[in-house]
Design a protein around this ligand. Structure first.
Ligand SMILES: [Zn+2]
Ligand SMILES: [Zn+2]
Length: 363
């Protein structure tokens, strides 16, 4: 790790990267009077508000296909995330985590929700938001407006809680019959409108099994099944607290727990609260994939395809010996799964399996 370095110009930085060819390149999210000093003498001037979305942090079904764990103490092994404690009583595991189209899509969805909240609720102008593909399993969003640079850790923590809908209670979002207040509408900004949309979307999409799994009150379960249209109509046209006679408050909080997860964004809390965070440098390659950390222009995220755009090194065939690797699409071809075999792959695919340590080059 080479840290606490600065460059007088972009050309100097590029020359440094070309000569040293680091596997990973990061820059600080903070601004300093003297970036080369030790931490106490740098003189902190402020920091971008950064968000990290990594598919490794959420549960996606595809992890059961492409992630593996094995116990360091016994011969237990399995797919997906390791258990909290192994059958042998120890909790030390070796893990092998991969990625696929599905988890990258899930990460993109979280990033889009985050951008919506930052723009709609925090009023951050799109031109002050930098959205990057991380080069691996997710996305980074950097908010760079002057209004966020001086925020301390506690303020950043509040923003995290807001974005993740931590501790949000329905009764404070317009679902209180005794203290009604103004009627929230489905298009309203902030969590009042978003809570309403969350509930509306959830009730529209939830299957009967989903509802039963929530273990709601008997009457609430019955009403959601038999009077769904009435409930949805009430949410759209009347004060939403009018649904309380049909769905009791306790049941409503349970539904909202589920529904809000669909609207909140799964960000890494540690990254955002850190005021001197190191974050990947735009344009560099990620050492675990060989893919490029790329900026995505505002509005282009929905159509952004990391498995096409971020693959910048391409070339002729490379002979690889595989230990194990799950399947993945690279540009237009699907490769794998591979197990104890030899295969000849174009460089754009070979580089990925090499960087992920699933294969080695042979002559
Ligand atoms: Zn074990
Ligand atoms: Zn996946």
């Amino acid at each position: 790790m080479y840290r606490h370095i600065m460059f007088p110009s972009e050309q100097e930085l590029q020359r440094y990267i070309r000569t040293s060819a680091p596997a990973h390149s990061y820059h600080s999210s903070a601004y300093y009077k003297d970036p080369t000093g030790d931490m106490s003498s740098k003189g902190w001037l402020g920091a971008d508000l950064v968000f990290d979305i990594d598919a490794d942090h959420f549960d996606v079904p595809c992890q059961k296909i492409h992630d593996k764990w094995s116990c360091r103490n016994c011969d237990q092994e399995g797919r997906g995330k390791p258990p909290e404690i192994c059958e042998c009583g120890k909790a030390q595991f070796d893990t092998e985590t991969w990625l696929c189209e599905e988890c990258l899509q899930a990460a993109k969805h979280e990033a889009q929700k985050l951008l919506d909240i930052l723009i709609q609720d925090f009023g951050i102008e799109p031109e002050n938001l930098l959205t990057n593909f991380s080069g691996h399993r997710g996305y980074h969003v950097h908010a760079r407006s002057d209004s966020v640079k001086n925020l301390g850790q506690n303020s950043r923590r509040e923003i995290v809680d807001y974005i993740m809908a931590t501790g949000l209670e329905a009764r404070f979002q317009g679902f209180n019959q005794q203290r009604r207040g103004a009627r929230p509408t489905i298009t309203e900004g902030g969590w009042r409108g978003r809570t309403l949309r969350a509930l509306y979307d959830y009730l529209t999409q939830a299957s009967e099994e989903d509802i039963l799994a929530l273990n709601l009150g008997e009457k609430a379960t019955e009403n959601i099944t038999s009077k769904k249209n009435k409930i949805l109509k009430t949410l759209m046209e009347k004060h939403p607290s009018n649904i309380i006679p049909l769905i009791d408050s306790t049941s409503l909080e349970k539904i909202l727990q589920e529904a809000l997860e669909l609207q909140a964004s799964e960000i890494d809390t540690v990254v955002t609260t850190d005021i001197h965070r190191l974050i990947r440098l735009t344009g560099t390659l990620h050492g675990k994939t060989g893919w490029q950390v790329q900026s995505i222009p505002y509005g282009a995220l929905p159509d952004y395809d990391p498995l096409r755009n971020a693959i910048v090194i391409k070339g002729g065939l490379v002979r690889l010996e595989f230990k194990w690797a799950p399947k993945i699409r690279i540009i237009d071809e699907v490769y794998g799964p591979y197990e104890d075999e030899i295969a000849e792959l174009p460089l754009e695919a070979a580089l990925f399996f090499l960087a992920k340590k699933g294969a080695r080059v042979i002559d």
